[in-house]
Design a binder for this molecule. Structure first.
Ligand SMILES: CC(C)(COP(=O)(O)OP(=O)(O)OC[C@H]1O[C@@H](n2cnc3c(N)ncnc32)[C@H](O)[C@@H]1OP(=O)(O)O)[C@@H](O)C(=O)NCCC(=O)NCCS
Length: 402
């Protein structure tokens, strides 16, 4: 039978969701299903059909991704699922090929995703571009800090009213850090639930709480979203703060909540100030580290010339790209803080690397020198990787929480 890759119309969204739940072995309740449906109606949906049966499904959110110096349109893949009866026949490969055609057609130079299994996406040219830490805090005692927390008042906000208060802080963070996704109204409703229901219909954690730091009537200087579980674990959704004292106030607050024993944060930036101002690193422990966002440079030239550059660089790159030939070949990159030019070159290459390694370095999260040492990129001109790293460097490490 042939598989036909085409748009999933609104009328088939429930069938696509059924397939996703089958592929992910997910049992979801009505509230989660309603939210997923709402999310899917607002995004691009690519289906693999065998006759009229959907055997593959990929959603792509049309979002903006913060990159050094600005923002670029990105296809953020979601719900990637193939029927267990149809796996390993190239269904995913076909759907991703279709997404690349769509990205090229409407000028989206980037694609990204959060991988369920790390082994899947490298072959499609994705590289891990941001990293996140899991952090656990022992809150059976007050949080031991080396700095004085901001003393402004804390306020518990009704999640339904919180978005206008906290969104400016999220936006400020996106302007500082690469790797952060834009959020529309539906996404905010998902991140800061307004209906008081559990995020996941199967868990027993309490409802999401939102606490902001700041004087009444003045813009907030920090916020945290969290839930408290039955065993006294405070699970942090996200914490944004204008500066270190504001962050210290929010972490201290979380550690002070009565009848709780532990704080658990799943996504903390590797350069988060908490890891420095915590006085006792036995109390604040990094318990895991993982690639948070896999990035694909769908159009390398557009991606490289759209970001800002920290230092001058003039190098020839030999880029391999097994699936998007327009990216492959030798190109001269001439960049400095005023802009960049990336054009085909004849001369010998200073660096040779696969497009997935270029994606890992693109946001400044992974130094290319590390990949050269790991045997994943080739430095043909001594010192070339160091020069490229200096030009790619960013003040803050890239980070993705969504
Ligand atoms: C992961 C999944 C989407 C792959 O779909 P698929 O149609 O079987 O993938 P393809 O047939 O196009 O595979 C292309 C290549 O990727 C490899 N691949 C696919 N899934 C892989 C996995 N989980 N681990 C390692 N390699 C994988 C295939 O072996 C194949 O390699 P080859 O070209 O060398 O033969 C599918 O198995 C699935 O739905 N899994 C459950 C849900 C899930 O994990 N989704 C991913 C969410 S991020």
């Amino acid at each position: 039978m042939t598989t036909d890759i085409r748009d999933i119309p609104e009328a088939h969204v429930d069938r696509a969701l059924d397939l996703a739940h089958l592929a992910f072995h997910a049992k979801v309740g009505d509230a989660t299903r309603k939210r997923q449906r709402e999310l899917l109606l607002g995004c691009e949906r690519v289906g693999a059909y065998e006759d009229e049966e959907i055997v593959g499904f990929t959603a792509a959110h049309r979002l903006g991704l913060s990159v050094p110096g600005g923002e670029l349109p990105v296809a953020e893949l979601d719900f990637v699922s193939v029927a267990p009866t149809h796996r390993r026949r190239g269904v995913l490969t076909g759907m991703i090929g279709e997404l690349w055609r769509r990205c090229a057609a409407d000028g989206r130079p980037l694609a990204c995703l959060w991988a369920s299994e790390e082994a899947i996406y490298g072959r499609f040219g994705f590289g891990p571009a941001t990293e996140a830490y899991n952090v656990e805090i022992d809150s059976t005692r007050p949080l031991d800090l080396r700095i004085t927390p901001d003393r402004r008042p804390l306020r518990l906000l009704d999640p339904a009213a919180a978005v206008p208060v906290i969104a400016p802080l999220y936006e400020a963070s996106r302007a500082r850090r690469s790797g952060r996704l834009s959020r529309d109204e539906a996404w905010w409703r998902w991140s800061v639930r307004s209906d008081g229901e559990d995020d996941d219909d199967n868990d027993n954690d309490g409802p999401k709480r939102v606490v902001v730091l700041g004087d009444k009537g003045a813009p907030a200087v920090g916020y945290v979203t969290y839930r408290v579980g039955e065993k006294g674990t405070v699970t942090v959704g996200e914490l944004e703060a204008a500066d270190a004292p504001a962050a210290a106030a929010l972490w201290s607050y979380l550690a002070s909540i009565d009848l709780t024993r532990k704080i658990q944060a799943w996504t903390v930036a590797p350069d988060d100030p908490l890891l420095h101002f915590a006085a006792d690193r036995d109390q604040v422990r990094v318990t895991g580290q993982w690639p948070a966002m896999w990035l694909r440079l769908v159009d390398v030239a557009q991606a490289l010339t759209a970001r800002s550059w920290a230092a001058p660089v003039d190098l020839v790159l030999e880029v391999r790209d097994a699936t998007l030939p327009a990216n492959a070949g030798r190109f001269r990159l001439t960049a400095d803080p005023s802009g960049a030019v990336y054009e085909p070159a004849d001369g010998p290459a200073d660096l040779a690397l696969d497009v997935r390694e270029l994606a890992s370095c693109y946001l400044g999260g992974t130094p290319l020198r590390r990949l050269v040492r790991a045997g994943l990129a080739e430095e043909r001109t001594p010192g070339a990787a160091r020069l490229l790293d200096a030009a790619l460097e960013t003040e803050y490490l890239p980070f993705t929480g969504d």
